[in-house]
Design a protein around this ligand. Structure first.
Ligand SMILES: [Zn+2]
Length: 512
């Protein structure tokens, strides 16, 4: 049986169009999902939209439409963005879908039947934009919401509560005993400290609005958006209707989330799953934020970057490359247009684009596009081949360890090495000397083979570019069937293999 891998992004909130920060998170998840498929796993990759809550209801009312009309339109733009960015998700969950409502209600029912959900009275300080209740102690120095720094309102309502306090110790113990459950380590320490301050029972229903999943048998209450949203991870893998599928993919291998929602995904989600008697996910990874010139992106600062415009201008692969290469997962990273253009010109147009172009050009010119049988070759040939194999092996390990930026970098070190190999072997000189014929064939073969390996390794990062290299090399194996193992063997291209003509991968961007 194939090994399985279940990976999720957060489900995004359709209060506005998605920005480059969302694109960053989803691109990482996509690169991991594609890598796992390449490494032979059966992958289930989930993203979606978190559509309920008071804020959506109010916004829709202000615009004179129903909440579902409002979210339908924005969710379409999410799907369009993921399509343009080449995101390979296997499902897209919308919390407004009936299949999801059923799951939320069943989860609520099971925990209530067990006695871990009870009715009480809630009075709290509520931040509407964040849909969060805060305690006095948690407010910022101005008495405002600690997350968004807007004023909070005192709200009192009859509500259902989830006995989080009952599970606090168990979740704490779980986090402490399973170091791989929560990464990076800094987030882990934050969560441990958070639980140690004591967990209160969580209010999980609202009566102040109705755009949400109704509490079963008490429909004037709707279920708290986080309780509703977190269960999305159970819905598409058959929690209610497909036991086999559920067994196959749960526990999730990786919930990839922004650092600001790690708390919900470890503590609240951990308590819900424990109450259900279901295993916790294997890993929650809290990535950093994308900042713009050192500032957090926000509407009020007017520095929100629209990924769709960037894709139109530079291509999806260029954006994906920049995000995966420039930012160390787990830390905050800077998005900067000049840096993006520099990377495109230097790494993509120059290093990778030229390598492919020069290689195919020379094979065309010196050997009529035909690769001839290579021999063992020189020490230099051997060192290139060794580096190819080492790169593929190190790449596998780095990707397994979620060190994506490092994985990108070692592939580009190999690309640089291969470019240097052209200068060192000078095939144009070999071509002038009859006695160097075999040597020339070896060099051209090694170059084509190196590019074949590169095309496999970059396919999780830049799927379109990988495919274009694969096509220009005319590799006979169908692109969709390529496995990571194919990059760990040097010499898969056959003798007398005919390559294609070079086509430009990335045009140079002129800096205005
Ligand atoms: Zn707030």
């Amino acid at each position: 049986m194939k090994k399985t891998f279940y990976i999720t992004t957060p489900i995004y909130y359709p209060s506005a169009k998605l920005h480059i920060g969302h694109a960053y998170c989803t691109t990482i998840a996509d690169a991991v999902a594609r890598f796992k498929r390449l490494a032979g796993y059966e992958v289930f990759f989930l993203t979606g939209s978190d559509e309920h809550g008071q804020k959506i209801q109010r916004t829709a009312e202000n615009e004179g439409v129903t909440p579902i009309e409002y979210v339908d339109k924005i969710v379409e733009s999410f799907k369009e963005l993921w399509k343009r960015l080449e995101i390979s998700n296997d499902d897209f969950i919308r919390t407004s879908e009936p299949r999801h409502h059923k799951v939320v209600q069943e989860v609520f029912r099971r925990i209530r039947d067990k006695g871990d959900i009870y009715k009480g009275e809630y009075t709290g300080l509520y931040c509407t934009p964040c849909e969060s209740y805060w305690t006095e102690l948690q407010l910022d120095e101005n008495g405002c919401c600690p997350d968004c720094h807007r004023p909070v309102e005192k709200v009192s309502e009859e509500a259902y509560f989830f006995k989080m306090s009952k599970y606090a110790d168990a979740v704490l113990k779980y986090i402490e005993e399973n170091p791989e459950f929560l990464e990076p380590k800094s987030r882990r320490n934050e969560m441990i400290n958070f639980i140690k301050q004591g967990l209160e029972d969580l209010c999980i229903s609202r009566t102040s609005f109705n755009w949400g999943v109704p509490v079963p048998d008490d429909e004037k209450h709707v279920i708290y958006v986080w309780f509703d949203a977190l269960t999305n991870y159970l819905t598409p893998i058959g929690f209610l209707d497909d036991k086999e599928k559920f067994k196959k993919f749960w526990p999730a291998d990786l919930h990839l989330v922004g650092k600001e929602i790690v708390r919900f995904h470890t503590i609240i989600w951990g308590c819900i799953l424990m109450a259900l008697g279901i295993e916790l996910p294997k890993k929650v990874y809290g990535h950093g934020w994308l900042v713009i010139g050192g500032d957090k992106m926000s509407k009020s600062k007017g520095n929100v970057v629209d990924p769709m415009l960037l894709i139109d201008e530079f291509s999806a692969d260029a954006i994906r490359y920049f995000l995966l290469r420039e930012i160390n997962l787990g830390q905050d990273g800077n998005f900067n247009r000049d840096a993006l253009i520099t990377r495109i010109n230097a790494d993509l147009a120059n290093d990778l684009g030229n390598l492919l172009h020069r290689t195919l050009n020379m094979i065309g010119k010196f050997q009529n596009e035909i690769l001839l049988a290579p021999t063992e070759g020189t020490e230099l040939d051997k060192s290139l081949k060794d580096m190819a194999i080492d790169t593929a092996k190190n790449y596998r390990q780095l990707m397994e360890d979620m060190k994506i930026s490092d994985a990108v970098k070692i592939v580009w070190q190999f690309i640089s090495r291969t470019n240097k190999y052209i200068d060192e072997t000078a095939p144009w000189k070999l071509a002038k000397d009859e006695t160097q014929k075999q040597n020339l064939s070896n060099v051209l073969y090694n170059l084509a083979e190196s590019l074949r390996i590169v095309s496999v390794l970059i396919s999780p990062f830049m799927p379109t570019t990988a495919k274009r290299i694969h096509e220009q090399l005319k590799v006979s194996q169908p692109f969709e069937e390529i496995q990571l193992e194919d990059a760990e063997i040097f010499g898969k291209l056959e003798e007398n293999h005919e390559v294609g003509k070079p086509e430009q991968l990335f045009p140079r961007i002129e800096i205005k």
